[in-house]
Design a protein around this ligand. Structure first.
Ligand code: ASP
Length: 274
């Protein structure tokens, strides 16, 4: 067990699993990645980062993290004064959560040398918001490459929503509007599949627009070798090297071109997807 956090015990076992990848080819380089890829920050009516708080705390404790380097570029409208002010508000909001378990934060928008800040990071957190803006700014500042190098060598990485999208090969399965034109759609490519965060089954009665499943099927029609994981709210993927497990409260929906989607319950070993 970890510490008692807001009255809830953090279960150490969640962060110590070891499984054998079913996809264990000899020539496949095993990345030393440690990723916590969260569908969404907040459930309606709950505190910010409320539902994943224990997972975040446990993950950071496991890796002895005392300070996080934060990427706020998805947070474009937390202040109407401008982008910098919005990043300031976002950083403060996240810092207040991390402070509850004694972790400090520094943000890449607070330095003239974000690449150097990332290179020296103990751990990296990428917050949600608009994925197009996030990916654009990560390329422009050079931190896309810097974070990739760090995360591939084992530096703990936490992403929620847009921050989970950006761990994928590209941003092509985001739900966001293209409010900003990134120089490339390519993202960190820390995992070999796409995530669709906030995955939703429901479609409003009488609504003629595409369902989420239809949008994902469109993606698969032109990206046939890719897999898409519909990550429902209140769920996350924990990736450790070549092992991956679904955690949280909801089933995950796996989409593969030309096949019926498959559902996986919480605690499923999904290492075969790596
Ligand atoms: N806008 C979402 C978020 O970061 C990302 C997405 O839905 O693709 O919260």
């Amino acid at each position: 067990m970890f510490s008692d956090l807001h009255g809830v015990i953090v279960k150490k076992k969640y962060f110590n699993f070891k499984t054998t990848s079913l996809n264990n080819t000899i020539d496949k380089a095993v990345m030393k990645r440690n990723l916590l890829l969260i569908s969404n920050s907040t459930m309606a009516g709950e505190a910010y980062l409320g539902w994943p708080l224990n997972y975040i705390a446990g993950f950071l404790q496991t890796h002895h993290v005392k300070k996080i380097t934060f990427v706020p570029f998805a947070g474009v409208n937390l202040s109407d004064k401008g982008l910098t002010e919005s990043y300031d508000v976002y950083t403060k909001k996240v810092s207040e959560v991390l402070a509850t378990f004694g972790v400090e934060i520094e943000s890449v928008h607070q330095t003239n040398n974000p690449v150097e800040m990332v290179a020296n990071a103990e751990a990296i957190a990428v917050g949600g918001g608009n994925t197009f803006h996030l990916v654009g700014k990560m390329h422009e500042t050079g931190i896309m490459k810097a974070i990739k190098a760090k995360a591939e060598s084992g530096t703990p990485y936490i992403g929620w929503s847009a921050g989970s999208n950006v761990a994928c090969p590209t941003l092509k399965t985001t739900n966001d509007m293209p409010i900003y034109e990134p120089v490339r759609f390519e993202a960190l490519n820390l995992i070999p599949f796409q995530i669709n965060p906030h995955y939703l089954d429901a479609n409003p009665e009488g609504h003629g627009g595409e369902t989420r499943q239809q949008r994902i099927e469109e993606f698969l029609a032109v990206n046939r070798d890719m897999k898409v994981l519909g990550l429902r709210e209140a769920s996350l993927l924990y990736v450790e090297g070549d092992s991956m497990r679904l955690m949280g409260k909801r089933d995950l929906r796996l989409f593969v071109f030309g096949k019926e989607p498959i559902e996986y319950p919480p605690d499923s070993d999904l290492s075969f997807l790596l």
